[in-house]
Write a protein that binds this ligand. Structure first.
Ligand code: RBV
Length: 422
């Protein structure tokens, strides 16, 4: 029996169309790996709970895990990113889903708890909320060994787990899938990078000639800066890390403190993982240019100080789906995308299937790896095996019909030796 709470079951056929589009663009996850999983059933008898954006790409991950024999439970990793048609299609295919677009914070955690109540063996998180909830509310699942190991999809989640581990509070083996090369060099750079189009979906704005501020210059934000420049914007980068600031400068961007950038910014896009990228003060808010568009592409809604902006605004008017106009006390208008939540997921449909194919290929193979090696893990962060990272890379190349060279024995010995010099 499928267990679920979703918005509208009648959206299933629309969801099927979305799933089909993604499936065709995910030859690794929905093709090669799914086919092998169907034959070998490496996840037989295993329950997997995913706290992930409920998108057509995540749906294909869920179906691959199911093909491998797992019983799959899914809840959303953000209150606004669930695609209700996808959720409807999934329950018809036997995936247990607790997610709907626009759930409250309380409902969000209720959905997580519904998944945890099912005694899952593997948790796949995106942002750490599910695994942190397991530690707080379901410690017995950790203590009695029901949870074998966990996987984390995003940078913000990995940072939270690093903090937990430092404080001795991380009680499960944790694989930071985000940190694998096949994840962060593609999903983060290309996926979040292309997410700048959320500002176009939201306001149908022209980037050419605009001053676009990109906060941060990590994997995600450097991708965003590149794509915004490609659209013809004058990109200004803000940073706190001297090396990343230098990288931005040498890549040809202007670099300056955010306080200096605010008065000239037409669009401000954040993906730093840090809170209050714009300090929540009257002085900073008054600096914002009339008509500025504010969009966050980072995991949580604290990068743009949404709560404080709402409190400071004289009027808040929803002007279209997921876009609000804030009238500031000085008469200027500010346009906020997606209530400060990930605009790339809320206004657009999330990262394209082609890159999610690699992230979710890793999640699939890591689930298999966890089951195969379940006796050998200790609590704490454990790197993704290079072999699995490489395997996803090879599978992706194979699916694209791209061949590469292999080291000869002589080359291998040279590269791993020190004897040969001048
Ligand atoms: N993300 N998922 C999607 N289409 O399902 N798009 C983005 C999708 C993930 C991405 O891996 C990123 O690390 C995370 O969302 C941020 O919450």
């Amino acid at each position: 029996m499928v267990n679920f709470k979703i918005a509208d079951e009648s959206l299933a056929s629309k969801g099927d169309e979305a799933l089909y589009i993604a499936e065709n663009k995910m030859p690794v996850t929905a093709g090669i790996i799914r086919k092998r999983f169907e034959e070998e059933k490496p996840l037989k008898g295993i329950k997997i709970a995913g706290c992930l954006h409920v998108t057509k790409e995540t749906a294909n991950l869920a179906l691959t895990l199911q093909a491998g024999g797992a019983e799959v439970y899914l809840c959303g990793s953000n209150p606004l990113s669930t695609q209700d048609d996808v959720a409807a299609a999934l329950i018809k295919k036997g995936i247990n889903v607790f997610a709907w677009h626009g759930n409250t914070d309380e409902e969000f955690y209720w959905c997580i708890r519904e998944c945890l109540k099912e005694n899952p063996n593997i948790l796949i998180d995106d942002g750490a909320d599910m695994i942190v909830t397991a530690h707080k509310d379901f410690p017995e699942l950790i203590e009695n060994g029901t949870i074998i190991a966990c996987q984390e999809e995003t940078t913000t989640g990995v940072k939270r787990f690093q903090a937990m581990e430092k404080q001795g509070k991380l009680k499960v083996p944790l694989f930071p899938v985000n940190d694998a090369r096949c994840k962060n060099q593609f999903d983060n750079e290309l996926g979040t990078g292309q997410g700048v189009v959320a500002a176009i979906y939201g306001m149908h704005v022209l980037f050419a000639g605009k001053n676009v501020i990109v906060a941060g210059f990590g994997h995600c934000s450097s991708g965003m800066a590149l794509r915004a420049r490609g659209l013809g914007a004058n990109v200004i980068v803000t940073e706190v890390d001297p090396i990343k600031a230098l990288q931005a400068k040498f890549a040809g961007y202007q670099v300056m403190p955010i306080a200096d950038a605010l008065p000239i910014a037409d669009i401000i896009l954040t993906a730093t993982g840090c809170k209050h990228v714009i300090a929540p003060t009257k002085e900073m808010f008054d600096k914002l240019k009339d008509g500025v568009i504010l969009g966050n592409l980072g995991h949580f809604d604290i990068e743009i100080p949404t709560k404080e902006l709402y409190e400071y605004a004289k009027e808040i008017t929803p002007i279209r789906s997921d876009v609000e106009e804030l009238l500031m006390p000085n008469g200027k208008k500010v346009y906020l995308l997606a209530k400060g939540r990930l605009a790339n997921l809320v206004l657009s449909e999330g990262h394209p299937a082609e890159v999610m194919d690699m992230s979710f290929g890793l999640q699939s193979l890591m689930s298999e790896y966890i089951v195969k090696n379940k006796e050998s893990f200790k609590p704490g962060m454990i790197n993704i095996p290079v072999k699995i990272d490489d395997q996803v890379g090879f599978l992706k190349l194979q699916s694209m019909g791209v061949k590469i060279d292999t080291l000869t024995e002589e080359q291998y010995n040279y590269i791993h030796g020190f004897e040969e010099g001048t």
